[in-house]
Write a protein that binds this ligand. Structure first.
Ligand code: ATP
Length: 458
């Protein structure tokens, strides 16, 4: 049985220490979320798995961790100052703010119309909304303001006195951190094209319509890999990254029929080719990650705006050129939501329904829960817990019936529960219960360590 809804995920996350509402005791702060003790482990594990795949196991791939605050010229060069905006409309009746493109997309889906909204100008969108009498989804009235383009960058200022303030931005994407460090990485790592620069970090967007839990927030984390290559090889690398991005998701345990490619019809100002991988979220098919062929746009623009020479010289042919970039970008929080949704199952047992999260063991917060069958076995159980803790994240629980304790672990996706019973005192073996099959096998503690270590390798 698979009946995952956003509401069920929100409730589970709140009750099981995965994700809490941001600033909750003050009534919250719209569209901000805090990861709890279980959630932070899961998210860190996702980031680690991603880094392992796209930095450690990739050839010529290097990481950076750039500053969130960047010289404002970066955003002029990247085009964000002039064109990083959404077409917003306000309902004059109830003041709801909507994105015009979303209104049209939702209308087209409902009425089975084949519309490519990405290709429409603001005037065309306004006309479409008027002609089809698309009403406000909140109050049902039709009284929209004209479309205004709304820049998504959060502004702040830097300076000690009011007269001496300079406008700066919270970065809306991590990508520019990789581009402005292209020369530094290439030189210090003696990197030869093709090579990649990866980064995981926070990005901020003043989204017009945030929402759907952690799907679209105003502060989020991106995991990005920029591959620098020679023009002419870009198409084949673009295809490679489409496949690599897909395979990463499959290896995390996603079912292929919950994923699909979506090629973009309208391209961003920098892109030659672009596609998303969409996931069947509880809200329907939506973007999970993007793959873009950004051409040599970014490095060329940084050369123009910074005056620094961005040419790469091929050491074999002595050819000089500005490399093309294939970008692969995935939101860590959006991936978290997809992983939560994919893992969720309500399984009918004899007298109850068990909620179980089928995370890949590498992603689960705790790898092992140590459970003494009875309280008078707790001394031995604690001793074993101390040993296991040296190897991986473990938890210990002696409160309540063994059945209840299993359920608690199932709900946070702990892949293995080990039970300490009276045989443990005699021969040192414990039972290892598998979260998914609920089957149990007996082994020694050394065997448990080796067994779990193998299972949690991503
Ligand atoms: P969308 O069309 O959903 O606004 P986008 O095409 O602007 O997304 P990109 O700029 O390509 O997204 O960002 C790369 C990835 O970052 C997205 O695929 C998504 O996983 C994540 N992401 C983007 N915006 C947000 C957000 N507001 N909240 C959470 N994750 C986001």
């Amino acid at each position: 049985m698979k009946e995952v809804t956003m509401d069920k995920l929100v409730v589970l996350c709140k009750n099981r220490g995965i994700i809490f509402q941001g600033s909750e005791i003050y009534g919250g702060m719209g569209n901000t979320w805090d990861y709890g003790p279980i959630g932070v482990e899961i998210k860190n594990n996702l980031k680690r798995a991603w880094w392992k795949r796209f930095v450690q196991q990739s050839d010529n791939s290097f990481g950076v961790d750039a500053a969130i605050l960047m010289n404002a010229k970066v955003w002029e060069a990247s085009g964000h100052t002039s064109s990083f905006s959404d077409p917003k409309m306000d309902c004059k009746e109830c003041k709801t703010r909507e994105r015009a493109d979303n209104l049209i997309e939702n209308y087209a889906e409902k009425h089975h119309l084949d519309i490519v909204v990405d290709k429409m100008s603001n005037e065309e969108m306004e006309q479409f909304i008027a002609e089809h009498k698309i009403n406000c989804p909140k109050c049902g009235k039709h009284n929209w303001t004209p479309i205004r383009n709304f820049n998504l960058m959060f502004e702040t200022s830097r300076g000690v006195t009011d007269e001496n303030q300079n406008k700066i931005y919270l970065r809306p994407e991590t990508a520019q951190g990789e581009f402005v460090n292209f020369l530094n990485v290439q030189r210090t790592m003696r990197a030869k094209v093709p090579f990649g620069i990866a980064q995981i970090g926070k990005a901020f967007r003043n989204e017009v319509t945030p929402g759907n839990f952690i799907f679209r927030t105003i502060e989020f984390e991106q995991m990005e890999h920029q591959l620098f290559c020679k023009e002419g090889t870009d198409e084949s690398f673009y295809q490679d990254y489409k496949k690599k991005a897909w395979q990463f998701l499959i290896d995390l345990g996603f079912q292929p029929n919950h994923l699909r490619y979506h090629d973009h019809d309208k391209l961003a100002h920098y892109a030659k080719e672009a596609c998303d991988i969409q996931y069947l979220f509880p809200i329907g098919w939506s973007e999970l990650n993007g793959i873009h062929n950004r051409t040599n746009f970014d490095l060329s623009r940084h050369q123009e705006y910074s005056g620094k020479n961005m040419l790469y010289m091929d050491p074999v042919t002595n050819e000089k050129y500005i490399p093309y970039v294939i970008e692969y970008s995935i939101g860590a929080d959006r991936l978290m939501l997809a992983v939560l949704s994919e893992a969720y199952e309500e399984q009918p047992l004899e007298n109850e329904i068990r909620v179980v999260m089928h995370f890949h063991p590498a992603i689960a917060a705790y790898k092992v829960a140590v459970l003494p069958l009875q309280k008078n076995l707790s001394e031995k159980a604690k001793e074993m817990y101390q040993t296991l803790k040296q190897h991986f994240m473990c938890t210990y629980d002696e409160a309540g019936s063994i059945g209840k304790r299993y359920r608690r672990q199932d709900e946070i996706g702990t892949p293995y529960c080990i039970t300490i019973d009276f045989d443990t005192l005699e021969n040192g073996t414990v039972t290892v219960r598998d979260r998914d099959t609920m089957e149990q096998v007996r082994m020694t503690l050394d065997q448990v360590i080796a067994f779990v270590q193998e299972k949690i390798t991503f």
